[in-house]
Design a protein around this ligand. Sequence first.
Ligand code: HEC
Length: 448
Amino acid sequence: MINTIRYLCKKTMLSMFVLLASTNVNANSLDDKIVALSQDKKTTTQGQTLFNQMCASCHSKDLSGASGFNLKDGEWIHGSQPSSILSNIKKGFAKAGMPGFDAVYSEAELQSIVAYVLSKRVGFDKLTYKIYQMTDKNDKVIKASKLIKQGSLANNFADFQLPEIQNYIIEFEGDFYTFKDQVTQIWVQWGKRIDLTVEVNGKQVKREGEWDPVWKLARGKQHLKLSYHSGKNKLNQRNLPLIVTNDDLSIKLFPISTRARAIMAEKKVEVKAVSKTIVQRKKVMKVPPYSVSVGLPAKINYAFNTRTCAIVGLWQGDLLNVGPNVGGRGQDGSLPLGDWVFHSPNSVNHQATNTKCMYKGYQMIDQEPVFNYQIAGVEYALTARATNDHRIDFHYQITSATKAPLTINLPQRNKLSWLVSKGKINDSKAFITPDTQGGFTVSAQINK
Ligand code: HEC
């Protein structure tokens, strides 16, 4: 009885609230609240901390999934509404191995986790498609009378295998999320011949590049429309692998078509320096061939080129996704699992009249690689040390007799500063006078 009265009161209050607010309440107001929280930096920062502590082990730190599902794409198996995501996290999925977090965190903390997950959202949302039957290969005129099929795609990936006819145009359209803080673009590898039109917020985007065409996206949330004309392409060339990349194509960020998703999933083979330094000799995107990559457990990595004896790349984070080498077509380079500080053509190199370098190989000493080489008649042994991800010390040891002054060229980048132990720096050059033993250190400091 008391309960009934209580219930009635609650209900009356609720309906009053409905009248006042005159829009959706209940679950929807919670959805709106969490969506608003996802725009709030303080909340998402808190959510990120909790996520990294409790969720990253199964869903990976970048949310791209491991034993648990990918949480940043548009595919939701158990419900995409913020309120459903919240209740899924509370209950967990015991059978699949995910514990419930209801008793672990407060309501506000749980909402901050959902807000963080939403803020990381990438790719399509509310994706729909339309297929038009064209009269022949050259027909590109879209008319309502040619529309033969349309629908929505619950998994939010553009599926280019939907048409079962010869001459057609397929359109995909929906809301779209990409990164707010960097330039991103749609990329089709070897897409020279494909006839694809991209519209962002109702305006057609210029196609750039020839063999590997790209279309620049807006930042953050936008409306995206793709229109593909089958033209002269053979059936097996029509299943487009559309991938969003960063502005210089060095990082594949996320897939937006079903084909690209399959490729990226099969190509994810992560190599990380967890407790000790790791050396990899695979080709890496953005650094020249014949480079050796070294990942330090402090989560900073560099690439040493064995032809030029220069440090041709430096990146923070984990070492490499070697999937593209393993599963790919040879020329696909591995991808750094972090952020570039600099990469080729920028490098740390010796300025010498005779810059021909003779590489002699590397040895592991105390679990660290030491690169031995000779340049301009002087022999060097190079190794690196790091205590955290924003400072790395390259130690050079001259092992031949001459210990004469020398010059090292240093790349200039935003947020990157250099220090030398035996000498001085002027602009992009370090003028070094090695100590009597022939040692000196060049340190890269990466500011936040
Ligand atoms: C021990 C591993 C593990 C941990 C820890 C874990 N999850 Fe999960 N999670 C999973 C698995 C496995 C699934 C897939 C459930 C299934 O198969 O239906 C899942 C599913 C989910 C889903 C549903 C996705 C969908 O497509 O609908 C969400 C949301 C989610 N997890 C969020 C979280 C959050 C947030 C945390 C941290 C508070 C977390 N998970 C911690 C393993 C884990």
